[in-house]
Design a protein around this ligand. Structure first.
Ligand SMILES: Cc1ncc(COP(=O)(O)O)c(C=O)c1O
Length: 374
């Protein structure tokens, strides 16, 4: 007989693993912030989006593709995989494309992690590794990053047991912006036992210019059983379109293709990604301006007495030496959204995305006002 459910009684139907999870709490949206604080303009420096908009070539391609919005997309993302194959020099059969890198992490863990399997990574890092592992009934094994916020690969090796299935290295790491040294990563891959799959989350890898780094693609070409996760959300400015992919040997990719929903990447997103890969003018501009603004922002943050970690991404991990949530709240009222790092256990740190020159200038004017008012 039908009985109306209460919040509590409805929970009794949930899977046990789901009961253990907290829902993802996104930062405030631009729309919400405008409404709540009666603002006309809000700038979000909280989600590591591109401040430059999508690539013009991608915009053109999206406009064209919308005409075919009544047709299902190419389920296998053939054109995009072929283009990725040319870009990376790895066969098109080695890719799985999905609804953002978030979806790829979800597919990867759903494909490989049995209840009781362990997934090793360092913290602070991207929250989706933990959530998806717990969802599958796996065990998260979290080891701290080193004092300079770099993934500690030695500690990760020490944490490996016979139950370990995946070892995830977020490189560069979110929220700290740090990278692991190439020699250390190679040594790690060489010493990892054969029952552990190394995963490199390389959402920000295109921003790295350091002389000592290697991409997952290079290791895959050398025959390492690495799975690399990539996204079009950051460098290519397509966060709203949701396109991410994994690249690995065909054998490692196969279960993700099995688990993936048939139309996990919509046709407008696929067209945008294909066009964006070739927009060298846009890519050059984004990389150049990001680098220039990063240097200026770090200098400015230091001059305000904050500690800003060197970054290899489009965001900066800043020790603001005060309650960063309070500061973020004050910034919110004045139209700027930044990401306080208390949920990662760093209540005085914030993650600030690198904006355009005009956005950053405005941001610092407002930040200085707030600091002098206090
Ligand atoms: C390290 C890392 N991996 C994956 C993602 C997810 O990216 P996407 O927008 O493609 O889902 C993000 C997003 O911020 C990230 O920082």
């Amino acid at each position: 007989m039908y009985k109306s459910l209460t919040k509590e009684s409805s929970k009794s139907f949930w899977r046990e693993q789901v009961k253990k999870l907290d829902a993802y709490i996104p930062g405030k949206s631009i729309e919400e912030t405008k409404k709540e604080y009666h603002l006309h303009k809000v700038i979000r420096l909280a989600s590591n989006e591109s401040p430059f908009g999508p690539s013009p070539k991608a915009i053109e391609a999206m406009k064209k593709e919308i005409q075919d919005g009544h047709l299902y997309p190419d389920s296998t993302c053939t054109t995009l995989r072929e283009r990725l194959g040319e870009l990376h020099g790895i066969d098109p059969g080695s890719y799985v494309v999905a609804n953002g890198a978030d979806n790829i992490i979800n597919l990867l863990i759903a494909s490989y992690v049995n209840p009781g399997d362990e997934v090793v990574y360092c913290t602070p890092t991207f929250s989706e590794y933990s959530k998806n592992t717990l969802l599958m009934g796996g065990t998260t094994v979290e080891v701290p990053t080193s004092d300079d916020f770099v993934f500690d690969l030695e500690m990760m090796l020490e944490a490996i047991t016979e139950k370990t299935k995946l070892a995830i290295v977020c490189n560069p790491n979110n929220p700290t912006g740090t990278i692991v040294d190439e020699d250390k990563l190679r040594d790690f891959l060489n010493r990892l036992p054969g029952h552990v799959i190394p995963v490199l989350d390389e959402a920000y890898i295109e921003f790295v210019t350091h002389e000592s780094y290697a991409t997952g693609v290079e290791y895959i070409k050398e025959g390492f059983p690495v799975i690399s996760i990539r996204t079009f959300s950051k460098l290519y400015g397509l966060a709203g379109m949701r396109v991410g992919y994994a690249v690995a040997s065909e054998e490692l990719i196969e279960p993700l293709l099995t688990v993936r929903e048939p139309f996990a990447c919509n046709r407008i997103a696929q067209a945008a990604a294909v066009a964006a890969i070739d927009d060298y003018e846009y890519i050059g501009k984004v990389l150049c301006e990001n680098r220039r603004e990063m240097t200026k922002m770090i200098e400015k943050l230091h001059s305000l007495g904050f500690e800003a970690e060197p970054t290899h991404t489009n965001f900066i991990f800043v020790n603001m030496k005060q309650d960063s949530s309070r500061l973020a709240n004050n910034l919110l009222k004045k139209g700027f959204i930044i990401r306080p790092c208390a949920p990662w256990g760093y209540p005085e740190h914030a993650r600030i995305s690198i904006g355009t020159a005009a956005q950053n200038e405005h941001f610092f004017t407002v930040l200085e006002q707030i600091l002098t008012e206090r």
